[in-house]
Write a protein that binds this ligand. Structure first.
Ligand SMILES: Nc1ccn([C@@H]2O[C@H](COP(=O)(O)OP(=O)(O)OP(=O)(O)O)[C@@H](O)[C@H]2O)c(=O)n1
Ligand SMILES: C[C@](O)(CO)[C@H](O)COP(=O)(O)O
Length: 228
């Protein structure tokens, strides 16, 4: 079984408002994306890496991230799409020569603090079940709200916050993405596309530090985590 990492990094970072794509913001002198790729490069159980980037940044990413930091496992840098799901689909379509039961690990380019142990666990679970979703239990009470009015308080013990990696066997995730594309379904994560096929996605305990760097406060948190 091969384990292949697919790293969507083709967003525009609008909520960060940095005037540049957030994956190139520096943490300890290195782009966020380089921190993320380093985890996969150094994990002995990951064979290959594919990175998805806005088309206009492909040459820059090849030179200034992949080449500069020596990420030798990166097999290709692929053009993304307008939504995260489109970017992941482009990446999946670029995975040539993999078997149905090889594991595809989908991980946001802007989640640099994924512990290697969790990554490994995610691959193990994905190879046995329909999918592995890294998630953490909600700490706050969650409300559903419509037009400014609370419509429900779901029991907190059932609420988990989805992170990445989300790992699946190649055959399952390819089918889930192609079916969603054909049916015009747009989800906010990859597991939801597998869930809607009636498949069972298993949860892998995540880490509260495995944040998705989204807004300026997250950069402060990230700097604190790095110091530790
Ligand atoms: N069209 C898109 C949108 C997002 N992503 C990637 O998906 C991950 C999670 O997305 P998010 O944090 O929402 O990033 P952005 O879309 O860049 O942020 P924003 O919504 O603030 O613009 C990021 O690594 C991002 O680069 C992607 O590959 N293609
Ligand atoms: C996939 C994800 O990171 C899981 O938390 C998240 O759903 C991505 O969402 P976004 O809309 O790209 O922020």
């Amino acid at each position: 079984m091969r384990a292949v990492a697919l790293i969507p990094a083709a967003g525009m970072g609008k909520r960060m408002g940095a005037g540049m794509n957030k994956q190139y913001l520096l943490l300890d002198g290195r782009p966020i994306l380089a921190h993320t790729l380093a985890v996969f490069q150094e994990a002995s159980f990951v064979d290959d890496i594919y990175v998805v980037i806005p088309e206009a940044e492909i040459a820059f990413c090849r030179e200034q991230v992949v080449g500069k930091y020596g990420f030798a496992k990166v097999r290709d840098v692929i053009a993304g799409g307008s939504e995260r799901q489109h970017s992941v689909l482009n990446g999946i379509r670029a995975l040539n020569g993999y078997r149905e039961d090889d594991v595809v690990i989908i991980h946001d380019g802007v989640r640099p603090f994924i512990p290697t142990k969790i990554l490994k666990h995610s691959i193990e679970v994905a190879s046995q079940w329909d999918g592995a979703l890294v998630a953490v239990p909600a700490k706050d009470t969650i409300k559903t709200v419509e037009a400014g009015v609370v419509t429900g308080t779901p029991p907190r013990e059932n609420i988990w916050l989805a992170q990445t990696p989300q790992s699946f066997r190649h055959g399952i995730i390819s089918a889930a993405h192609e079916i969603a594309a054909a049916e015009g379904f747009l989800g906010t994560d990859d597991a939801s596309l597998v869930e809607r096929m009636g498949r069972q996605v298993h949860v892998v305990m995540g880490d509260y530090r495995n944040i998705k760097i989204t807004t300026p406060e997250d950069m402060l948190l990230a700097e604190t985590f790095l110091k530790k």
